[in-house]
Design a protein around this ligand. Structure first.
Ligand code: ADP
Ligand code: MG
Length: 623
C-alpha cells in the first residue's frame, strides 16, 4: 500500500484514495503546478481542502514527501486519515518514545512511507538529518506556513529553520507552502523566509457558502448562548471564549444545563487537555468550550457551529476559528456574541502583548498599533448592518455582491434612516472641542450630547459646550450607534491609541455644510412573532436531510467502527459521506464506491457493513 502506481492520474488518485469525484476550486491548479516541478504557495480558507493539494502529488511523485506541521494533534489526525485512505504515512515528533522513533526512522529508510509528517524542531536533529540523507525527498510541504511570519498570528521561531534545512539537502526538493492567512505581509514573508523559488501563488476564493454568519448583540451572553444551543440538538461545535475564566464559567454553566460540554485552555494540566480534546474528537462530549489555544490541530470536520462568546482580536483569527465549522461542506452556523465590553477586553489584551519577548519598545509599539487597527476592523464586523459575508470577503480583498442572503444581517430587515442632522450634531460637538485643543472618546461625547448629569461630564466641562444636551431626545445607545457608524464610514475619526478619542476628517466639513445626505441602516422594529420565526431559522443548521432514521443508524455504526479501530468517527466517514449514503442508498459494493468520500481502502474496510445496514433499512422501509 505504498503510494499509487505511477500510472494513476491525479483524478484516479482522488477517487481511489480519497473517494471524491471532483476537485474543489484551486486544488487542481496547485496540484498541476507541483507536478510540473514548481514551488507553490496555496492560500485558501480553512476547510477549503489544502491537504489534498499536496497529498495527491505526494502519491504521484517518485520519492517521499515531507510535511512540516506545527502541532502534534494535527499530525496525528492527518496520518490517521491517510492510513484510513490506504496511504502509508507516519509522523516524527516528541510524542514518540525512543523505541517508536527508532522504528519509524528505520521503516522510513526502508521506504515504507510515502508521506512523513515532521515537527519543525526536528529539522536540525542529527538522527532526522541522517534519515534525510538516506532517502529521496521529492517535496517539502510547509503546512500552516503563516507560522513563519511575525505578522501572522501563530509565529513559530523554528519555522525559520525550514529554508536552511531545505538548502542543506543534497538535492533541493520542491517546496509547497499552505496557509489560510491572506494578508500581504504574511504572503511576502512566506515566499521570502521559506526561500521559495519562482513560486506559483494561488489565493483562492475565501467564501464558504455552507457557513451562515450571525452576530448577536446581547448583554446577557449566557442566555443568548443557551438560546442558540437549544436549537442545535445533537450537533457538535466549539464555543470560543476570550479568557480562561470565561471558559471555565461558560463550560460549567453548560454542564449544569445538561449539555455534554468539556473545556480547553492553556491553564489546564497536559493530561486534562488531552483527555478533553479526545472526548470532543471522539464525540463523547459534543461541545468544546475553549480559548483560542484550542483548534489549530483539530481537523474535526463535522462541526455544525462555532460560537464566539467574545469578540476575537482580528478578522483573520475570527475567520480561521469560525471556519472550523462545516469543513465537511455541510451547513453550519458561525455566531458571534457581541457586547461593547469586548472592545475594552481586546484593547487590554493588546496592551499586554509582545512583553518579555525579543522586541524593542519601538517594534512593540508598532506591533500593538497594528493590532489595534485589526481590532477596529473586527469591531466593525460586529457592529455593521451590511452583509456579514460581504464584509469578511471584502476584508480579504474580494469583490462581493451587496447581500448574500445567508447571514443575520441579510436576514434582518433594516430600514434606511436619514441621520444627516444627528451627524451634524456629533461633528459640531467634536469640532467645538477641537477648537479648545481637546478631544474625548465615544462615551463621553455621547453622554454630553445626551445631556447627562453625571459627574464625569461636569468635571470635564462637557456640560458647558453649546452642544450639551442637543440630542436629549435620542437614546444613548442610538447616539453611540450613530457615532460608530460615522467612524466606520470615515465621517469622523477615532484615534488608534490607548484613549481612542474622536476627531475630524476631511469629510466632516462636508457633512456640516449640509451638502450631503447621510443614511444609516437601522434594524426595523419587527413584530415579536416575526422575530421568533427569523430567530429559529437562524439557529438551525439549514437544510433538511433525507432519511433521518437511516442517518442516525449510520452514525451509530460509524461510532462503533471508530471505537473498534481507535480513530475519530469523522475519519471513518464524514457527515457529508453519510448523507450521501442516505441519498444514494447503495446496496452493492459497486454502488458503495460511488458514494462521495468512499475510496478503495474504505470500500474494503467498511463496504460490507454499511451496505448491509442500508439494505436492511431499505427492506424495512422502501422497495
Ligand atoms: P484545510 O487544510 O484547507 O483547512 P482540509 O485539507 O483539512 O482543509 O480539508 C477539509 C475537508 O474537506 C476534509 O474533510 C477533506 O476530506 C475535504 N475535502 C478536501 N478536498 C475535497 C474534495 N475535492 N471533495 C470533497 N471533499 C474534500
Ligand atoms: Mg489544513
Amino acid at each position: 500500500m505504498t503510494g499509487a502506481p505511477k500510472e494513476l492520474s491525479k483524478q484516479e488518485v482522488l477517487s481511489t484514495y480519497f473517494g471524491y469525484d471532483s476537485f474543489r476550486p484551486g486544488q487542481e491548479e496547485l496540484i498541476d503546478a507541483v507536478l510540473s516541478g514548481r514551488d507553490v504557495v496555496g492560500i485558501m480558507p480553512t476547510g477549503a481542502g489544502k491537504s489534498l493539494c499536496y497529498q495527491v502529488p505526494a502519491l504521484m511523485l517518485e520519492g517521499i514527501t515531507l510535511v512540516v506541521s506545527p502541532l502534534i494533534a494535527l499530525m496525528k489526525d492527518q496520518v490517521g486519515a491517510l492510513k484510513q485512505a490506504g496511504v502509508s504515512a507516519c509522523f516524527i515528533n516528541s510524542s514518540l518514545n525512543q523505541r517508536q522513533l527508532y522504528e519509524v526512522l528505520r521503516d522510513a529508510k526502508e521506504g515504507h512511507y510515502k508521506i512523513v509528517y515532521v515537527a519543525p524542531e526536528r529539522l536540525n536533529n542529527p538522527e532526522f538529518l541522517e534519515l534525510c540523507e538516506a532517502i529521496s525527498i521529492s517535496l517539502v510541504v510547509v503546512d500552516e506556513a503563516h507560522c513563519v511570519s511575525q505578522w501572522g498570528h501563530d509565529f513559530r521561531p523554528s519555522y525559520r529553520e525550514i529554508a536552511h534545512f531545505v538548502a542543506s539537502l543534497t538535492k533541493r526538493p520542491m517546496v509547497s507552502a499552505f496557509t489560510a492567512t491572506a494578508t500581504a505581509e504574511v504572503k511576502a514573508d512566506v515566499i521570502q523566509l521559506l526561500a521559495l523559488m519562482d513560486a506559483h501563488v494561488l489565493v483562492s476564493g475565501f467564501n464558504r457558502e455552507n457557513l451562515y454568519f450571525s452576530v448577536k448583540h446581547s448583554k446577557d451572553k449566557t442566555a443568548a448562548l443557551l438560546d442558540f444551543l437549544h436549537d442545535q440538538r445533537d450537533s457538535c461545535g466549539i464555543v470560543y471564549c476570550a479568557t480562561r475564566a470565561d471558559t471555565e464559567e461558560v463550560c460549567q454553566e453548560l454542564q449544569e444545563q445538561g449539555y455534554h460540554a468539556t473545556r480547553y485552555h492553556a491553564g489546564l494540566k497536559d493530561a486534562e487537555r488531552h483527555t478533553n480534546q479526545d472526548d470532543f474528537v471522539y464525540e463523547r462530549k459534543r461541545i468544546m468550550v475553549a480559548t483560542n489555544a484550542f483548534g489549530m490541530g483539530i481537523d474535526k470536520s463535522n462541526l455544525s457551529f462555532v460560537v464566539h462568546y467574545n469578540m476575537p482580536k482580528n478578522i483573520e483569527s475570527y475567520y480561521q476559528e469560525a471556519g472550523r465549522a462545516g469543513r465537511d461542506g455541510q451547513p453550519a452556523v458561525c455566531l458571534l456574541l457581541y457586547a461593547p465590553k469586548d472592545v475594552e477586553t481586546g484593547k487590554f489584551l493588546i496592551s499586554l502583548g509582545y512583553a518579555g519577548k525579543a522586541y524593542d519598545s519601538q517594534t512593540r509599539q508598532m506591533l500593538q498599533e497594528n493590532d489595534l487597527e485589526l481590532l477596529k476592523q473586527m469591531t466593525w464586523y460586529a457592529t455593521t448592518s451590511d452583509c456579514l459575508r460581504g464584509y469578511i470577503l471584502k476584508y480579504f480583498g474580494e469583490k462581493t455582491s451587496v447581500s448574500c442572503g445567508s447571514c443575520s444581517n441579510c436576514d434582518t430587515q433594516f430600514e434606511s434612516v436619514d441621520i444627516t442632522v444627528e451627524a451634524q450634531k456629533v461633528i459640531s460637538c467634536i469640532m467645538r472641542l477641537a477648537r479648545q485643543h481637546r478631544a474625548f472618546g465615544k462615551v463621553l461625547i455621547a453622554k454630553s450630547l445626551k445631556g447627562s448629569k453625571e459627574q464625569m461630564i461636569a468635571s470635564r466641562g462637557l456640560d458647558r459646550l453649546s452642544t450639551y444636551g442637543i440630542m436629549s431626545d435620542t437614546s444613548l445607545k442610538r447616539i453611540m450607534d450613530i457615532i460608530s457608524y460615522l467612524v466606520e464610514k470615515d465621517w469622523i475619526s477615532q484615534a488608534n491609541t490607548e484613549y481612542p478619542t474622536l476627531g475630524l476628517t476631511t469629510q466632516s466639513v462636508e457633512a456640516l455644510k449640509g451638502n450631503v445626505q447621510i443614511v444609516m441602516q437601522l434594524p426595523k422594529e419587527i413584530e415579536k412573532e416575526e422575530k421568533q420565526r427569523l430567530g429559529t431559522r437562524k439557529a438551525q443548521p439549514a437544510g433538511s436531510h433525507e432519511r433521518p432514521e437511516l442517518y442516525q443508524r449510520l452514525v451509530d455504526l460509524r461510532r462503533q467502527l471508530a471505537e473498534d479501530t481507535q480513530v475519530p468517527a469523522y475519519i471513518v466517514f464524514s457527515n457529508a459521506t453519510l448523507h450521501d449514503m442516505c441519498h444514494k442508498l447503495p446496496r452493492s459494493l459497486e454502488d458503495f464506491l460511488l458514494v462521495n468520500g468512499v475510496g478503495q481502502a474504505k470500500l474494503e474496510a467498511y463496504g460490507t457493513v454499511f451496505t448491509e445496514a442500508i439494505g436492511s433499512y431499505c427492506d424495512a422501509h422502501e422497495t
